[in-house]
Design a protein around this ligand. Sequence first.
Ligand code: AMP
Ligand code: MG
Length: 281
Amino acid sequence: VTAGRHGPARDREAAPRLRPVDGDEVPPLRDRDARWTGALPADIDGALDAARKRIRTEQKALYAEGTRSLLVVVQGRDASGKDGAIRGVFAGVNPLGLETHSFGVPSEEERAHDYLWRVHRVVPARGMIGIWNRSHYEDVIVPRVRDTIDDGEARRRLRQIADFERMLREQGTTIVKFLVHVSRAEQRQRLVDRLAEDDKQWKFRAGDLDDRARWSEFTRVYRTILAHTSEKAAPWYVVPADDKPTRDLLVAEVVAATLERMDARYPAATPEVLALRETIA
Ligand code: AMP
Ligand code: MG
């Protein structure tokens, strides 16, 4: 419990289960890495609820403080569970404090600008949590896999991205990045379900199968990204995501701990406001 601050005291829990990626030891992203093999609580739903509660508590203080922001980047293959993780982790957080954006195939206007333009204009405002479902990293992944840029240009973009993220951090935005990692077999099952179920077909794009056929090319680009943009202050976390409740818990714990480390403070009431206590009718 932290004392000596404005607003309610907050409990600080244990460190998250997931460790940030070390750019010098990039995880192999094999199929078997899509299953969490570490310890789990007996009651995963209860633990997820507890982590969500921590997120809610910190979000309120961040919003009240109004000087800094958190940017949560979510990347991953089709059907890896990006949407589900966002829903599972942020359900119950005050919607007024969230700015969520999905980045699809760039529009004509977006293509007429540099690739950071469309993301920069929607970075979270002070006091907000920004959630990006795909991100600027797509502009390394898609063109590299489709061979419209080479390794040299991919590296140049990753350097630009690292510079961009550093600028955001220096201006008060904390950044945390998740690569939601699904196995080939689990992705297949989810794509099959998408084709079978009336309320899921809308999510299926013809191109999803082309991307699936280029599995190892995607793996290679993801690993290049992890190698070159894993900063201590803007860490990547690879999320084993074949099991959905585990996925949500692992992500929620990191988000909660990241917010707690930001340690947002409620502003103290000004003397003018305190004086009004005496005058309110
Ligand atoms: P979804 O997230 O399933 O709605 O699909 C969005 C699609 O847009 C995915 O196939 C992405 O790879 C694609 N996409 C997102 N950003 C870019 C980009 N910068 N360049 C090309 N394709 C992109
Ligand atoms: Mg998709």
